[in-house]
Design a protein around this ligand. Structure first.
Ligand SMILES: Cc1cc2nc3c(=O)[nH]c(=O)nc-3n(C[C@H](O)[C@H](O)[C@H](O)COP(=O)(O)OP(=O)(O)OC[C@H]3O[C@@H](n4cnc5c(N)ncnc54)[C@H](O)[C@@H]3O)c2cc1C
Length: 509
């Protein structure tokens, strides 16, 4: 059933935020701070806020970035551990929402399915399904801000495993961890070599009989202390906000330097990573087989392990790595291409995510369906030809929140600019014939390559180029003029209709 509000009127908000995860709650906080007069609502498909940090429940769930950059710019992370566990991150996100009253604006079990832009009305009509009642309804907004994350919540990535139906043990995906799983004294195999597998293996190793990480190919792994002594020292001696800002910048610069060094001097970085691993493992450990990837550092995300927990489990012998290909499941485990068999009571697929663009929301502009892969991303936050809509996608080479904060700041600047000039519509238009298109993400991880055809393109130059560079984005998103000749403003509101033209595009100053 589709119902409108009350006596037939559709409810309207200035800004509709899709998703109440880290980004959506951060977006609402920026909006409150910068544009307190704007009405807003957050529609959240799940029964709870927190997104990723509520969905993933596997033992040991933690960040693999430091919380001084994964935390919001506006709210210091004050716990001693810089690499934090999932429940602490969830508390941090929810406390932010509670302290600012954002939680009162969240409507749970409201899934946004579709949004239609009307230039005549300068508003989106948003089609929502209530997942508790299966009722559908519409509301409208002036600006649509999609903070729906980057992956499919319902369908994790699960390859077709040969013989899986024969396996009599317990099998599931890490994204769907069974609440009551008892792994004490059990033989566990974790399939995967990403951050999730690296987290689960040491977390299970103490209680399980043995945990084997089965990987097709190795990943770069770096151990860092879970507590950052500099951050903790600064916090003891400086005001909270000052200490946080300094640590945040220290970490931003360190991340940027490591990334740049990896791109320019990959052999040097490879040697340094290897030395770090050699220090943690017995002399005769086969590092070449298990920890020497075929690609260069930062072609894919580096894996960070806090306090060498993975290496400690390997050293103690309660965990091991098998670098091999899964040939088939058997009744009691997994047969590998080498002929070896891994016996298992439990097999966990830590095989990754299925990426999903824009929270799966279908968009149309003045009746024309928006084909996302045919669009180009403007500053990596809006789409060519799509008015009054922004989305948040974080960095692949640094903490997500660095970009999420900047995205929200930019949206607030854009909205303020529109208010000041009486514009009701802002749309990035691809008007430069010298811009060539390329894939949205320049990252060779399997989960990215599998999904590139669902994402918009990026362009060969600004403002269409996605640089994955926080310092550069500060300049572009926080400081550069909003009117840049690409963003086309139009549809002045009745109060501002002193202009002759209906569309105004002002070249950058
Ligand atoms: C296991 C794991 C560990 C990670 N660790 C790190 C890390 O250490 N550092 C880092 O930088 N990044 C990490 N990431 C990336 C992580 O997802 C981001 O850091 C961040 O949590 C993303 O926040 P978000 O709010 O943008 O998206 P999400 O956390 O995915 O939240 C999106 C929310 O939007 C809702 N939603 C989606 N579509 C709709 C719709 N159509 N209608 C209504 N609601 C919708 C979802 O239900 C969800 O609640 C990790 C990701 C995973 C999966």
């Amino acid at each position: 059933m589709t119902h409108r509000n009350g006596a037939g009127a559709t409810e309207h908000v200035d800004v509709l935020i899709v998703g109440a995860g880290l980004s959506g709650i951060g977006a609402a906080a920026h909006l409150q701070d910068r544009l307190p007069g704007k009405s807003f609502a957050l529609l959240e498909a799940r029964e709870a806020s927190g997104g990723t940090w509520d969905l993933f429940r596997y033992p040991g769930i933690r960040s693999d970035s430091d919380m001084h950059t994964l935390g919001y710019r506006f709210r210091p992370w004050t716990a001693a551990k810089a690499i934090a566990d999932g429940p602490s991150i969830l508390d941090y996100i929810r406390d932010t929402a509670r302290e600012r009253g954002i939680d009162r604006h969240i409507r749970y079990q409201h899934k946004v399915e579709r949004a239609d832009w009307s230039s005549a009305d300068a508003r989106w009509t948003v089609h929502v399904r209530r997942l508790d009642t299966d009722e559908t309804f519409e509301l409208s907004c002036h600006f649509l801000f999609i903070c729906g994350g980057y992956y499919d919540y319902d369908q994790p990535y699960l390859p077709d495993f040969l013989g899986i139906e024969r396996f009599i043990g317990t099998f599931f995906h890490a994204q769907q961890w069974p609440e009551d799983l008892d792994y004490e004294g059990k033989r566990v195999v974790v399939i995967g070599s990403g951050a999730t597998a690296m987290t689960i293996v040491p977390a299970l190793a103490d209680k399980a009989e043995h945990v084997t990480m089965l990987q097709r190919s190795p990943t770069y792994v770096i151990s860092l202390p879970a507590e950052d002594p500099i951050a903790n020292f600064l916090r003891r001696h400086l005001p909270e906000r000052t200490a946080y800002a300094i640590t945040r910048w220290k970490n931003v610069l360190l991340q940027a330097l490591t990334y740049r060094l990896s791109r320019r001097r990959p052999e040097f970085v490879k040697r340094a990573i290897r030395k770090g691993i050699q220090r943690e493992l017995p002399r005769d450990y086969d590092i070449d087989t298990h920890f020497k990837p075929r690609y260069n550092p930062w072609d894919q995300r580096l894996c960070l392990v806090p306090d060498a927990d993975l290496f400690k489990a390997l050293r103690r012998g309660n965990a091991s790595i098998a670098t091999d290909t899964l040939e088939t499941f058997t009744e009691h485990g997994i047969k590998l291409s080498s002929g070896e068999e891994l016996e298992a009571d439990i097999v966990v697929a830590a095989t990754g995510l299925n990426l999903l663009a824009l929270g799966g929301v279908d968009l149309a502009v003045d009746g024309d369906e928006v084909e996302i892969p045919q669009k180009m991303a403007y500053k990596a936050i809006m789409l060519s030809g799509v008015p009054n809509m922004a989305f948040t996608v974080g960095y692949t080479n640094a903490s997500w929140t660095l970009k999420a904060d900047l995205t929200a700041e930019y949206v607030c600047r854009l909205l303020r600019h529109m208010d000041e000039h009486g514009y009701r519509q802002a749309v990035p238009e691809l008007n430069d014939p010298n811009v060539h298109e390329g894939p949205f993400l320049d990252f060779s991880a399997g989960y990215v390559l599998r999904a590139l055809d669902k994402f918009p393109k990026q362009g060969s130059k600004a403002p269409w180029r996605l640089r994955q560079n926080y310092a550069r984005d500060i300049k572009t998103l926080r400081h550069e003029p909003i009117e840049d000749g690409t963003m086309v403003f139009s549809n002045p509101s009745p109060a501002a209709q002193t202009h002759d033209a209906d569309a105004v595009s002002v070249p950058a100053a």
